[in-house]
Design a protein around this ligand. Structure first.
Ligand code: RNT
Ligand code: ZN
Length: 423
């Protein structure tokens, strides 16, 4: 495999530092900033959103395709895989959990889970210095009747999931308190219909009522915050999604202390979350991003570099949103090595973040404020090719992470020694 010598990495870094300095950017300061901005890794890429429950043959509301060998089968395997992925990324990490990843002593209904059922995750996170985020899993369960949960016509179904939602908030609060690190509790439900509904209003009334019940008690913001994730449509749910973005946006602005989660795959393909950030963040306090790569639809492809990701990070940087907007990844691909899928996504997010932090954004703002749109465009083009890669390689080297494609050797070895033995 191609390898770059340490001397060359140092040399290129020094030269990049000089280039950035000529634009007034202090690379060393940026690197400190970079290490303080966490990216929450979605644990569910490691096992195709299956979880550890063994619910039997029920419908799955998350479409995952592929059958690459080596999916994690239990908590220890999943944590080991996440450790492996983190060893390949120089980012600051958190982990995003779903309630289907509970490890209770004896089988426990999903809506009766308590904090102790996540003990292994919490202890592991503390040991590794990671923050945790949380979601009640409103999917793949016999109580998802016709694919409905919080907005079901059936009261017993709504009650079941309201209880799960209340429990998730308590678990999130406890996690945040124990780790001394605020936990973001996200609610996403798949509720919707393949064909045109006759009574949209009814389902949304039910959803309002269920959310009100879930969110009734207030928890200390130091430890947890709530966000709601909307969606445009899903496969098999082409005509109607109860929890649309507009619905949750209106809900969040009418209630105190509820935030919004925006998944980059959940809008019309020509809409961009980049423009939504300042539209929402100036009026709603808590925002979470699910960074994904939708192809044609919300396909949840592995995150890679490109304009979409780059522009997203640039917007967070230019608008100074990093303190307010939390970042998580969200995709699942079972057709390639799952640890590689995580590492590739984390490194893509990290590189785009670094690029954004290194951008001499002041110069763009200055040009714009002076009405110099020609200069603004010319500068943007110039900034697109500043030597981020040299800074990135040096960062990898300094944080003990494989430089460049060296990452792949580490993954192949792990696949041979660990993943392929899971049969
Ligand atoms: C689904 C949503 C949701 C899920 C996870 C598993 O469209 O994006 O965030 O991916 O909760
Ligand atoms: Zn999502």
């Amino acid at each position: 495999m191609v390898s770059i010598s340490t001397e060359k990495i140092h040399r290129d870094f020094e030269s990049a530092r000089e280039t950035y300095l000529s634009y007034g950017v202090d690379v060393d300061k940026v690197l400190v900033e970079f290490r303080n901005i966490p990216i929450s890794l979605h644990c569910w890429q490691g096992d195709d959103v299956r979880g550890f429950e063994n619910v039997g043959d029920v419908a799955n509301q998350n479409l995952v395709t592929g059958n690459y060998p080596g999916a994690a089968r239990n908590g220890d395997e999943l944590r080991s895989d996440i450790d492996m992925a983190f060893g390949l990324s120089p980012c600051r990490h958190r982990v995003n959990l779903h309630s289907i990843y509970a490890e209770p002593r004896r089988p426990t209904p999903r809506n009766e889970l308590v904090t102790e059922d996540f003990r292994k995750w919490i202890d592991w996170a503390r040991m590794k210095g990671l923050g945790l985020d949380f979601n009640a899993s409103f999917f793949t369960h016999p109580m998802m009747v016709d694919g409905f949960s919080l907005s079901s016509r059936r009261k017993d179904v709504r009650d079941y999931w309201v209880k799960a939602g209340i429990g998730a908030r308590e678990i999130s609060r406890d996690i945040g308190r124990e780790l001394g690190n605020r936990c973001v509790n996200n609610i996403w439900i798949p509720d919707g219909m393949k064909d045109m509904p006759a009574n949209r209003r009814l389902y949304r009334e039910h959803l309002i009522d269920s959310l009100d019940r879930i969110l009734e008690s207030s928890h200390d913001r130091t430890y947890m915050v709530d966000v709601l994730e909307g969606k445009l449509f899903g496969i098999g749910l082409e005509s109607f999604t109860v929890g649309s973005h507009e619905f949750y946006l209106a809900y969040a602005s009418s209630r105190k202390g509820v935030g919004i989660c925006m998944d980059t795959g959940h809008y019309h393909p020509t809409e961009s979350v980049v423009d939504k950030i300042s539209s929402v963040a100036l009026l709603v306090e808590d925002i979470l991003l699910h960074i994904s790569r939708g192809i044609r639809w919300d396909s949840d492809h592995v995150l890679i570099q490109g304009d979409d990701l780059s522009n997203l990070m640039l917007e967070l940087k230019r608008g100074r949103f990093f303190d307010q907007v939390a970042m998580g990844l969200d995709y699942f691909d079972a057709s390639i090595n799952r640890v590689a899928a995580w590492a590739i996504g984390l490194r893509a997010a990290g590189r785009a973040l670094l690029r954004a932090l290194l951008e001499p954004s002041d110069l763009l703002e200055k040009a714009e404020s002076q009405g110099d749109y020609t200069g603004r465009l010319a500068l943007m083009e110039e900034f697109a090719n500043l030597p981020v890669q040299a800074v990135w390689d040096s960062l990898c080297l300094d944080t003990g992470v494989p430089v460049g494609i060296g990452m792949l050797d580490a993954i192949r070895l792990y696949e041979q020694e660990v993943l392929l033995n899971r049969r």
